[in-house]
Design a protein around this ligand. Structure first.
Ligand code: SAH
Length: 393
């Protein structure tokens, strides 16, 4: 055991906690830990069983219900070299997935072995979220390592997310390192997009849909519809192949950027409508409109378990309408980023929407987030995005 390690505080697990830890669950809840009162949160701790035997190491959180987040099975020092090696390993996967590209999710929290840290790379600028006290307290170290590894020009801190509250942390947003010079341009297949790392949603944009965006162009034909378009990730891909695309988005700012993005790509067949997609879909059905290709990619409808029923009703309403608008042989690419509505529940909702619409529907593909957002076995929470490609008979 190293000297550094000998100085770490120890946290004892209950019998159930030990079982969970051994079964590979990366989170251990408050009710299963016995932590010294002196711990404030943010510490690296030794995780021990009732006999004092070392089970591994974890980040400790005081305010959160999730007390421990897995770091290692052994006593390897959790130091600069540890974080550098996890960053390098995460980057190696992305370089294999996307050779020659420089825009991707670099660190996907637990799924890349650094719990409570999300980092997206947009070329020479990085956008980070520090989601737990342990990563918040190590943000300067992490920023140093990222600057060095990527020879970066800027790091933006997008810790302006609600989940920080559960950890007793305030929201924060700003430039952490270097200087950010305007939005960052990047390619999704043949479409050029840009992300505003400071003002855009999430860390700038929705990188998790990147592979599904590109896929959408392979299904696009005839008249296409994209609801909940944001800045056009799906709409512009559809426009490459469809004769005309209608993009429906409620945010005026997103609509303006979508128009700019369409123009920048020389795409003249995109009609941008600033409207509530629920109302727009209802009216389109009443008017008897029909489409060959439809995309639905709404925001999350349920932030907690209590909202599952209402969320499912919302999903059913838009999917039912989309199926009513779909021509025979047409494709519906339908997504949900609500973790609490899992794949099975999502499929059951589609089942019932298809029955109500009196359509027979094939499932052509079942997809998730892009591969740079890996799912961690044992942590269902990392499997949040559903993207089904359906075809109506
Ligand atoms: N499809 C986008 C991401 C969509 S995020 C992509 O792939 O990049 C959800 C979007 O839905 C946000 O831009 C939000 O402004 C918009 N939105 C939220 N509620 C809406 C509503 N009722 N009608 C239309 N758009 C809505």
């Amino acid at each position: 055991m190293t000297d550094q390690h000998a100085g770490l505080p120890s946290v004892k697990l209950s019998r159930r906690g030990i079982e969970r830890w051994r079964a590979g669950h990366p989170w251990i809840y408050e009710s299963d830990v016995e932590a010294p009162k002196s711990l404030k949160g943010g510490e690296v701790v030794r995780v021990i069983d009732h006999k004092g035997y070392l089970l591994g190491q974890a980040f400790f959180s005081r305010a959160s219900k999730i007390s421990l987040r897995w770091l290692s099975w052994d006593d390897t020092p959790i130091d600069e070299a540890f974080f550098a090696s996890r960053i390098a390993a995460a980057d190696a996967l992305r370089r294999k997935l996307y050779p020659g590209e420089d825009t991707y999710r670099l660190i996907h929290s637990e799924a890349d072995g650094i719990p409570g840290l999300v980092v997206d790379r947009y070329g020479d600028a990085l956008s980070a979220q520090f989601l737990v006290p342990a990563t918040e307290q190590r943000k300067e170290l992490i920023a140093d390592l990222l600057m060095k590894h990527f020879d970066a020009k800027a790091i933006v801190n997008r810790s302006d997310v609600g989940v920080r509250k559960l950890e007793g942390l305030e929201q924060e947003k700003g430039v952490l390192r270097g200087e950010l010079k305007g939005p960052k341009a990047y390619l999704e297949g043949h479409v050029r997009l840009s992300a505003d790392l400071l003002q855009g949603q999430k860390t700038g944009t929705f990188l998790d849909q990147r592979e599904n965006h590109v896929l959408a162009s392979s299904y696009a034909t005839g008249e296409a519809l994209d609801c909940f378009s944001y800045v056009g990730g799906f709409a512009l891909q559809l426009a490459l192949k469809a004769s005309k695309v209608t993009a429906v988005e409620i945010s005026e700012a997103a609509c303006a950027t979508l128009k700019e993005n369409a123009a920048a790509n020389g795409l003249k067949n995109v009609d941008v409508v600033s409207a509530n997609a629920f109302d727009w879909l209802r009216d389109a059905v009443d008017e008897g409109r029909k489409f060959d290709t439809i995309v639905l990619d709404p925001p999350s409808f349920a932030k907690n378990k209590g909202a599952i029923e209402a969320a499912t009703r919302g999903y059913k309403e838009i999917n039912l309408r989309a199926l009513q608008l779909l021509k025979p042989g047409g494709h519906l690419i339908t997504c949900s980023c609500t973790y609490h509505v899992d794949e099975e529940a999502f499929e059951a909702m589609l089942d019932s929407a298809a029955a109500d619409a009196k359509r027979k529907v094939q499932i052509v593909e079942k997809r998730g987030a892009a591969r740079d957002h890996p799912v961690l076995l044992g942590l269902r929470e990392t499997r949040y995005l559903k993207c089904f490609v359906l075809r109506a008979l």
